[in-house]
Design a protein around this ligand. Structure first.
Ligand SMILES: [Zn+2]
Length: 94
């Protein structure tokens, strides 16, 4: 859902005759609509950035390093906890 669609959604669903008597309900719907924007933003970021875990070797305590932001970690994740890059498929161990 785009921002314009969300605004249209709020206008259509939150400014009807019924909501004059139920403003709180309308606010709930507006908040729900804003959450949808946040979710679609997050999805866009995750799709846009791809990176991989760089293996520093077993001698390092923080063995894995994100090739996008340089975050170091003892574990590997499907998504970098710092920059949110999609790390899936970067190693065979996931
Ligand atoms: Zn990262």
């Amino acid at each position: 859902m785009t921002r314009a669609e969300t605004i249209e959604y709020i206008k259509t669903n939150c400014y009807g005759e019924w909501c004059k008597d139920d403003w709180r309900n309308a606010m709930d719907m507006a908040i729900e609509a804003l959450k949808m924007i946040d979710e679609s933003k997050t999805a866009d970021v995750v799709e846009a950035v791809h990176a991989e875990w760089v293996d520093k070797g077993e001698d390092y305590v923080l063995r894995w390093s994100c090739s996008n932001c340089g975050r170091k970690d003892t574990h590997i994740y499907n998504f970098c906890p710092d920059c949110g890059a999609d790390m899936r498929g970067s190693t065979d161990e996931i």
